[in-house]
Design a protein around this ligand. Structure first.
Ligand SMILES: Nc1ncnc2c1ncn2[C@@H]1O[C@H](COP(=O)(O)OP(=O)(O)O)[C@@H](O)[C@H]1O
Ligand SMILES: Cc1ncsc1CCOP(=O)(O)O
Ligand SMILES: [Mg+2]
Length: 294
């Protein structure tokens, strides 16, 4: 659905009185405004993230124009976290030693009025991981982004049996209800990634339609897009729903452009970073594909 159709759809829904009026968002223009601001302001994003993802997370943030810092020591949280513009907490390679830092960073972010985002990687893998993620949700992330199985597990606060490690065994539309409940309970914007990313504040539901399936064959693409969400939310914290949807679409658009040059997942990883770095206003404004779903 192109932008004009999306706006017509949103306006029609308002006219039909289906729920409270939804903002009519010019998504392509909004996405460009946010990306341009990230390039101009270079938000400092503290990344407490897993070992697997550190390279792609840092390089995706740099390609978008943000400034990553992989600082996770408990001894540095009080000095550093208040200086960050946003904080990423990703539990991919969680261990006893890292959890105090994560909790301290989330609390320091709240005290400093900085947005922080949570990536609950493989939340159903263990009771330890589930309990850690639930305690982090209690520290009020601005955004939670996970794959459908992760959001289903976190929202239900129980380990879903058919979860498969870090990969999802469900589709985004399986997790829309769970995402809305989690958003209502936590106060966070919740994003469920997949073929169509679903983003909700617990009331409105937005779909981000950009991306290519091969992104799932590259490890840490989910981690990287959660970091990009942090950078975009740092630009406009009060409008975290829009910032989250735009970050997801921009990342997916970079992969669409990269796919045209790639021969497989390794070269897609390279080309999507280059494409993210080179995005221009016309491409973003014309190809970002976001719409209200409900
Ligand atoms: N089938 C798909 N088509 C297009 N984009 C996809 C698809 N699956 C995942 N993505 C994109 O790949 C990235 C990683 O998503 P996902 O694999 O769901 O997360 P995770 O890596 O945390 O499991 C996201 O930006 C998402 O939008
Ligand atoms: C494979 C793996 N194991 C622990 S973290 C990680 C990377 C997960 O990255 P993503 O959630 O983006 O696929
Ligand atoms: Mg993930």
């Amino acid at each position: 659905m192109d932008e004009a159709a999306a706006m017509t759809e949103a306006a029609k829904r308002c006219g039909e009185g289906r729920g409270p009026p939804k903002a009519v968002v010019r998504w392509g223009r909004r996405a460009w405004e946010l990306l341009e601001a990230v390039r101009r302001r270079a938000p400092l994003v503290q990344c407490i993230t897993n070992f697997v993802s550190m390279d792609l997370v840092a390089n995706a943030l740099l390609a978008a124009g943000a400034s990553p810092a992989m600082i996770h020591s408990l001894s540095e949280i009080d000095d550093f976290t208040p200086r960050a513009d946003a904080i990423l907490i990703n539990v991919g390679t969680l261990s006893d030693g890292w959890l105090p830092s994560m909790r301290a960073a989330a609390a320091a972010a709240a005290r400093a009025g900085r947005p922080w985002v949570l990536d609950p990687v493989a939340v159903s893998a263990s009771d330890f991981r589930l309990e850690a993620c639930l305690s982090l949700v209690g520290l009020r992330p601005a955004v939670i982004r996970g794959n459908p199985s992760e959001i289903l597990g976190l929202s239900s606060a129980c380990r879903i049996r058919d979860s498969k490690g870090v990969d999802s065994s469900h589709e985004p539309m399986d997790a829309v209800g769970a995402a809305k409940s989690l958003a209502q309970a936590s106060g966070a914007i919740v994003a469920v990634s997949g073929a169509v990313d679903v983003i909700t504040d617990g009331r409105q539901v937005v779909g981000a339609h950009n991306g290519v399936a091969m992104m799932q064959r590259i490890t840490a693409t989910g981690c990287a897009v959660t970091a990009l969400i942090a950078a975009f939310v740092a630009i406009d914290p009060p409008n975290a729903l829009e910032a989250t949807a735009c970050a997801l679409s921009i990342f997916g658009l970079a992969a669409e452009l990269g796919m045209a040059m790639a021969k497989g997942p390794a070269s897609l990883r390279m080309h999507m970073i280059d494409s993210l770095h080179g995005l221009d206003e016309h491409t973003v404004a014309s190809r970002v594909n976001i719409s209200f779903i409900a």
